[in-house]
Design a protein around this ligand. Structure first.
Ligand code: ARG
Length: 460
């Protein structure tokens, strides 16, 4: 195929090589941003007298037409084009003639692709944030509903101390709030305009980089032309933020899967988000949660692939960098699909507080509170810890629990014990007495709910 860049090379490239070299299958997604970038560039060229205003008008009108035609489906993006930049320029030239050939004055595909990707991701990050907010809203509702429902809190997957289900859910809300913060941080750093860096060294034309930066909504132009076309930090940062979102979704998934098992039976996912088995009629599988957990590895792969692609590259642009979008867009689409399914899955999940409570009654999860009982009555904590350990061992041997061991037995371990110990170690008391900031106690959980509500309300 005859290339726009034919000149230095005369021989036609092999069809296989054309196909290998092409990135249109992935960067066609950025057509809108490519066109917007070109419009800003053309307007700047004309403002600086580098092209005539008649040419700029023709270019901008031509680009508007192309955008409308792609949007409406009238113009199909050709899979034979090398990339979206070449495609748009070629159609423009076909439509408006010589003026179209002037668009690429004082520009390179190297700064062009760097601008397009940033513009595209700026919009997409807003979409991801919106999905996280939807998930946060679903978490908020469930957490409100179950703010006081007691369940065992675990460490090492061993029953540890009583917590409320609301508190447990709100832990995930904190993670997703930080994820939004990370996306904001990455977006702010990404928001510098590389346009005007050209291939690597800048240009001999008297361009106005501030004008294009401002027109495209960037904070400022990038400072170094070589960095501008070589930097893919923003891809890594975004993929890293996506990876952490996936980590959080994956841990949440793991819990949903466990909680849905017969062994736990703390929740039941709605039929809409589960599947049956082709052979075992009794099965209800948490496939969606499992898929989210599975897809997490894929997003980590996108991050690792991008880091590895970059690590050996000399400055400035190298074609290796075309691979950035495969990974970035895959990570983006994966995280979006997972978030999309997660919010309604949480919203429709049926919680079984009675089973949680039953589980909390076994496993000696009030042992810390029993130790605190002694400590608050003068026994040093380490001594109290040892005494309670012995009482637990005794209960296990006798097949009983702390709440049911008679006071006469308690007295054998320590004279400090008296009848009030039973109310002090009830699950309700254990939770209510957690008064520290951020704890599972009702005041703290209410404060967390309020904060989350505020966070969601102030989203923009
Ligand atoms: N499709 C290319 C990419 O995504 C555009 C930049 C091409 N630049 C070049 N000098 N070949 O990286």
């Amino acid at each position: 195929m005859k290339k726009m860049w034919a000149g230095r090379t005369a021989g036609a490239s092999a069809a296989l090589a054309d196909d290998f070299n092409s990135s249109i299958h992935i960067d066609s997604k950025m057509y809108r941003h490519d066109i917007k970038g070109s419009m800003a560039h053309a307007a700047m060229l004309s403002a600086r007298g580098i092209i005539s205003s008649a040419d700029a008008d023709a270019i901008i009108a031509g680009l508007e037409g192309i955008l409308a035609d792609i949007d409406s489906g009238k113009l199909e993006i050709s899979p034979d084009a090398e990339d979206i930049h070449m495609f748009v320029e070629q159609i423009l030239t076909e439509r408006i003639g010589d003026a179209g050939k002037r668009l690429h004055t004082s520009r390179s595909r190297n700064d062009q692709v760097a601008v397009d990707t940033r513009l595209y991701m700026r919009d997409e990050v807003e979409g991801v944030k919106k999905l996280i907010f939807e998930l946060l809203s679903a978490i908020l509702e469930k957490a409100k509903e179950h703010a006081a429902d007691i369940m065992p809190g675990y460490t090492h997957l061993q029953r540890a101390q009583p917590v409320t289900f609301g508190h447990h859910l709100l832990a995930y809300a904190e993670m997703f709030k930080r994820d939004i913060g990370r996306l904001d941080d990455a977006s702010a750093r990404m928001n510098e305009c590389p346009l005007g860096a050209l291939a690597l060294a800048g240009t001999t034309y008297d361009i106005d980089r501030r004008m294009t930066a401002e027109a495209l909504g960037f904070t400022r132009p990038t400072a170094n032309s070589m960095d501008s076309v070589s930097d893919r930090d923003f891809c890594v940062e975004l993929l890293s933020a996506f990876s952490l979102i996936m980590t959080h979704l994956s841990r949440f998934s793991e819990e949903l899967i466990l909680w849905s098992s017969w062994e736990f039976s703390f929740v039941e996912l709605d039929d809409a988000y589960t599947t049956g088995s082709s052979i075992m009629p009794q099965k209800k599988n948490s496939d969606m949660a499992e898929l989210v957990r599975g897809k997490t590895g894929r997003v980590y792969g996108d991050l690792m692939g991008t880091l590895t692609m970059l690590k050996g590259l000399p400055l400035a642009y190298n074609k290796d960098m075309q691979e950035d979008k495969e990974a970035l867009f895959d990570g983006l689409e994966t995280v979006k699909r997972c978030l999309e399914i997660f919010a309604p899955m949480i919203a429709t999940m049926r919680v079984k507080p009675e089973n949680m409570y039953k589980a909390a009654q076994r496993g000696f999860i009030n042992a810390t509170d029993l130790a605190d009982y002694l400590t608050k009555r003068g026994t040093p904590f380490r001594a109290a810890y040892k005494t309670v350990g012995e009482i637990v061992a005794h209960c296990i041997k006798e097949g009983t629990v702390l709440d049911e061991l008679p006071i006469s037995e308690y007295k054998k371990f320590s004279e400090v014990f008296s009848d009030d110990l039973y109310s002090e170690i009830s699950l309700e008391t254990c939770v209510k007495k957690r008064i520290s900031e951020g704890s599972t106690g009702p005041v703290s959980v209410q404060a967390q709910l309020n904060e989350l509500e505020k966070f969601i309300k102030n989203k923009n």
